[in-house]
Design a protein around this ligand. Structure first.
Ligand code: SF4
Ligand code: SF4
Length: 190
């Protein structure tokens, strides 16, 4: 049997993710149980068990190229099936966070843009503002009139409000989000 020796550079991604998420990807022994239960695996170019292997081998560019971290539905089925107790979703969330710092190709740019805009609107108004979300996503994707035909019937039925409404608990929500940001920053520094 051939022994594979991993260099410090190769293991860099494993260590970075362990610092961010507390999860040790080296525990994965490729049993594939995560992939067999994953509802999105059929759409993934890199299946969950392959993602874990790619992390072990430091193949960060290939990971982002596959787009798997954005196809994941965050359903946590993989976590419940992993015999090694790895929280795979936490690892995927760590990669999503890292993707802001590294500049690799993403085949699904609309998904992280949606995440960011959704969160910033919720932080501002304490609830989602559907029209603002649709307009900002369309502008971000340089297609300002996309799906306008769907918006009209929603206006007529009162399902979509023209102006945002602030929720009463918006101040508390902003404080919680600020605390989360600070916690994440301090985790990254340690
Ligand atoms: S959390 Fe993501 S990777 Fe895990 S089973 Fe659900 S969709 Fe698949
Ligand atoms: S279920 Fe756990 S050990 Fe098995 S392949 Fe997936 S991550 Fe690795």
């Amino acid at each position: 049997m051939m022994n594979i020796v991993l260099s410090r550079d190769t293991l860099n991604l494993v260590h970075q993710l362990q610092r961010m998420t507390g999860e040790n990807v080296m525990l994965c022994y490729q049993c594939k149980k995560c992939t067999l239960g994953c509802p999105s695996a059929y759409r993934m170019r890199m299946k969950p068990h392959e993602l874990m292997r790619a992390i072990q081998l430091g193949q960060e560019e290939e990971i982002y190229w596959s787009g798997t971290i954005w196809i994941c539905l965050s359903c946590e089925t993989c976590n419940t099936r992993c015999p090694q107790g790895i929280n795979i979703l936490r690892v995927i969330d760590g990669l999503r966070e890292r993707s802001k710092e590294v500049n690799y190709y993403n085949p699904y740019p609309v998904i992280p843009a949606f995440h960011r805009i959704f969160l910033s609107l919720v932080e501002r108004f304490g609830r989602i503002y559907e029209l603002g979300l649709a307009v900002l996503i369309n502008l971000r994707m340089l297609s300002p009139f996309k799906d306008m035909d769907m918006a009209y019937p929603m206006f007529i039925r009162g399902k979509m409000k023209p102006l945002p409404h602030r929720s009463q608990g918006v101040k508390e929500l902003q404080q919680v989000m600020e605390r989360i940001r600070k916690l994440e920053e301090s985790k990254l520094e340690n």
